[in-house]
Design a protein around this ligand. Structure first.
Ligand SMILES: Nc1ncnc2c1ncn2[C@@H]1O[C@H](COP(=O)(O)O)[C@@H](OP(=O)(O)O)[C@H]1O
Ligand SMILES: [Mg+2]
Length: 246
């Protein structure tokens, strides 16, 4: 039986994550060498597996040269072989991820985020709907190493708590699992940082958009996609209103 694209995304993200656990356990001269090996080896695995399974599909990877063939392809895999590279190199941390998404004719149609240090992969195959919210202040997932000023302002405005962690995929999955209520990011990012997390978040029933409420678009000529909002749907209006320029 041919695996579905959803299954392929989940399988490849999981395999790359397993490889990354092995790479991480090796001896390296320093953190820079560990990060470089993780980025390169996970990228190679994903490209080799995609070339074998889907030789006609294009790939956009953080770690590869951008091939313009993707702009005329019907199917493009958008992958971040190692998201949260900084946290990958800090051996006591689990907040790093592998992202594998599929874009077809204008839309994200499948995606998976592997959380290898937890032994978990969340994907569009079978992600559970986000559980209902408990009482208490809103919790906003935010970058631990470079928190955008706009998120601190938003937290003050809404009386929300900031929950700092590495990796766009880990932050998005914290919303999917109900551990936080929203992931708000601004100031810079690329399509590979959010494509797979957004595909999984949508499958879990969450709101996903740019910070001005407009749709997130993928496989653009310039893959720079600097901001996003992933949140529980009932919070979207409140967050977008608070984020809009006054
Ligand atoms: N201002 C910015 N400009 C470009 N990329 C950014 C960014 N802020 C975050 N990112 C990217 O988004 C991912 C999550 O970052 P963070 O953990 O700080 O939230 C990281 O991906 P990589 O680890 O794949 O490089 C990081 O490089
Ligand atoms: Mg990334």
């Amino acid at each position: 039986m041919t695996p579905s694209d959803h299954q392929t995304a989940a399988q490849l993200a999981t395999e790359a994550g397993e490889l990354l656990l092995q790479v991480r356990a090796r001896d390296f001269a320093d953190a820079t060498a560990r990060k470089a090996a993780g980025d390169a080896e996970a990228h190679r695995l994903l490209l080799d597996r995609l070339a074998a399974l889907h030789p006609d599909d294009a790939v956009l990877s953080e770690e590869g040269a951008d091939d313009p063939i993707r702009l005329v392809s019907r199917r493009v895999w958008i992958v971040d072989p190692l998201d949260g590279t900084r946290e990958f190199s800090e051996l006591d941390r689990a907040d790093w991820a592998v992202h594998v998404a599929l874009w077809e004719r204008g839309e994200l149609t499948a995606g998976a985020v592997a959380l290898p240090a937890e032994g978990t992969t969340l994907s569009t195959v079978d992600v559970a709907e986000t559980p209902s919210r408990s009482d208490g202040p809103m919790r906003l997932a935010v970058s631990r190493s470079r928190p955008p000023a706009l998120v601190a302002d938003l937290a003050t405005q809404l009386g929300a708590e900031l929950v700092a962690m590495g990796s766009a995929g880990v932050k998005a999955m914290s919303v999917v699992r109900g551990d936080t209520d929203a992931y708000v990011h601004g100031g810079g990012q690329y399509e590979w940082d959010s494509a797979a997390p957004v595909a999984v978040a949508r499958a879990a029933g969450l709101h996903t958009s740019r910070l001005d409420g407009s749709p997130l678009r993928y496989n653009r000529p310039d893959p720079y996609l600097p901001d996003l909002l992933i949140c529980r749907p009932e919070l979207a209006d409140r967050l977008l209103t608070a984020l809009s320029p006054r």
